[in-house]
Design a protein around this ligand. Sequence first.
Ligand code: NAX
Length: 328
Amino acid sequence: PRKPLRVLITGAAGQIGYALAPQVATGNMLGSDQPIILHLLDVEPAKNSLEGLRMELVDGAYPLLEAVHTFTDVAAACKGVDVAVMVGGYPRKAGEERKDVMAKNVSIYQQQASALEANASKNVKVVVVANPANTNALILAENAPSIPRENISCLTRLDHNRALGQISERTGKHVDEVKNVIIWGNHSSTQYPDVNHGTVAGKPIRQAVNDDAWLNGDFITTVQQRGAAIIKARGLSSALSAANAVCNHVRDWVRGTPSGAWTSMGVVSDGSYGVKEGLVYSFPVRCCCGKWTVVQGLAIDAASRERLTATEAELVEERDLALQCLAE
Ligand code: NAX
């Protein structure tokens, strides 16, 4: 039997935590043959609700779940973890200044970076979900110099899956037949969902859809603003689709992307496609044996280049704000 892997979920008492923990316990993240020990972290005021989640996980009688531990102390929560899913953070509320929100996240991610560095497994894989996801991941990377850069990522898989879903609905083909869309850049409304290299049932997406006006217009804005549309419909932000995307992200990273296909991940830029080195930027990646590599050599047309640069500019702005908060 395989050795159990320890999966940390921060912000576990929240909505995504409630959807994610059971998906990890059923093997959606690491496979149906991989035993799991869950580490659930949240802040002190959420202690009771965290305990409620632990009780429900025990009551789930999941065959793969060896143990569930709850924490309000971040150092203890990080002890020996193999995968860290960072869902906890300080989201921007109406009327708040960007800089104040950034300062709160800088202080949270600084502390969590140190805790991971000191306590997690040496090869811990980190995925940041909490917004601003790319920049929180960058702060984490800056403050955990002994964790390899390539082990720190942020979630753009939900955006990637949203793009697949839109193309599937439009063409009437099963979502499984839609491949190789790309999310470039920031997990924000400046992201660029790019269909220029994708296929539907083996045909180029542009040919299968046969409506460039839609692909260049409403398709892009629908994917960029899907989060807001879910909030409008549900009165709550996406949770089950976010949890599913986290599982997809980690599973592909650990177990590899299917042959002939790639996915999108926010990773520390190595300068590919001219993107400033060191930014956490979403790229098309292939994964094998626990490592990702950026898909190289894709032709970028002028309209796409403009969008890649616009989302990069927003990330530079966020990074500068974060570094300013770090220095203060
Ligand atoms: P909730 O507010 O339901 O849950 C967040 C939880 O984090 C709360 O229980 C809170 O107590 C906890 N928390 C806050 N500070 C903490 C700290 N320092 N340590 C540990 N826990 C802490 O939000 P939820 O709907 O679960 O969303 C969580 C985050 O995901 C938000 O930042 C949200 O913006 C972000 N999202 C990111 C997505 C992505 O694709 N990258 C999509 C979904 C989601 O919107």
